[in-house]
Design a protein. Sequence first.
Length: 410
Amino acid sequence: MKTLRFAMSFLAVGLWLPLLSAARLTVTVTHTLGIARPAETITVPWAGLAQALPGALLYHLEVRDAAGHVLPYQVTNLAPTAKDPSGRGAAYGELIFQHDFAAGEKSAVFSIEKIEAVAPVFPTKAFARYVPERLDDFAWENDKIAHRIYGLGLAAPAPAGVTKEVLVTSGIDVWAKRVSYLIVDRWYNKGHDFYHKHDLSEGMDMYNVGQSRGCGGTGIWDGHQLAVSGNYHTWKINANGPVRAVFEVTYDAWEASGLKVTETKRFTVDAGHNLDQVESTFNVTGGRAQELTVGIGLHRSPTDKGQDPAINFTAVPADGSLAQWIVQKTHGSLATAIIVPTGAFCGYAEDDRNKLVLAKVTPGQPLRYCIGASWSAAGEFTSEQDWTAYIAACAARLRSPITVTLGAAP
């Protein structure tokens, strides 16, 4: 048997070695933490899978755990190759599935086999889409929470004689859902403004962004104030469920300390997680900058009028995290959070709209971090202690990624 080992953090990384042709590919996943790791996302390079299972076809595979349960899987074309670092030329990139590691469970074994039958259509639990019918919104969700950002249509002035909402912001909105099924299309079809006041047992759009950073928007911090972009300009969806959605949005240049700065954000949205993984790449023109300080923000008070919120922030410098817990008068409790892994994290700041986590970044190189939210009515995080414990566990998982070993077994 030949094997391959690689570590997984924000995305699967590593090298693969040639594997002998076999009837089954075994995947062994290990980690060193004692805590539970629910919905751990496991990625297998397609190149290694295809060499171990010659002739493997996208929809004729079966992934099983050690107990023989068939697991939902997804194949993307995102992984780069040595000949094509962009990854655009690869037929497929990675096979993705998930496993719930129980507390104390530090190893799990899976199998991947070719099958004659067509694999079932697995329920989609991660989804993103451009929403042209609502002024260029871009929305995404998983089975836990939903978000949106605002496009150029919303920023455009209203034509003469036309009533139209106008908002210039690169903040990130939260749609608080209490169900595990997808709601983005349902809410837009009904008219999303309805959900500002009504909860039809699915959730509410009760989070107010305005010109704040919302739940994890970015800007350039000069030590005194935050310089921010306008609404997103372009979008591209790279993967769209059932397990993972990946998309990129770009922001046009804005001025920050005499520099022109642009940003590309790449979101990775995994099923089963309240936090999304983000890579922001900033580029600079009009001057030279060896390093930028980026502020990633949470709106200081994003609730509806009349909710009289009690709001608490918990900062944990050792984790690079900032958690927010908002107790509302009638709409339950909202929670948001940011985690900037060690290495980039460089402190905290605030302005009149936002609490900020600060990070150092080199222009042209991605800054990786996590942002997300929850709502107490969903039933998973019903107290501030529940939420801060979850954020601490997420930070620990980022510091201690899983290791994946591939083995071709006869």
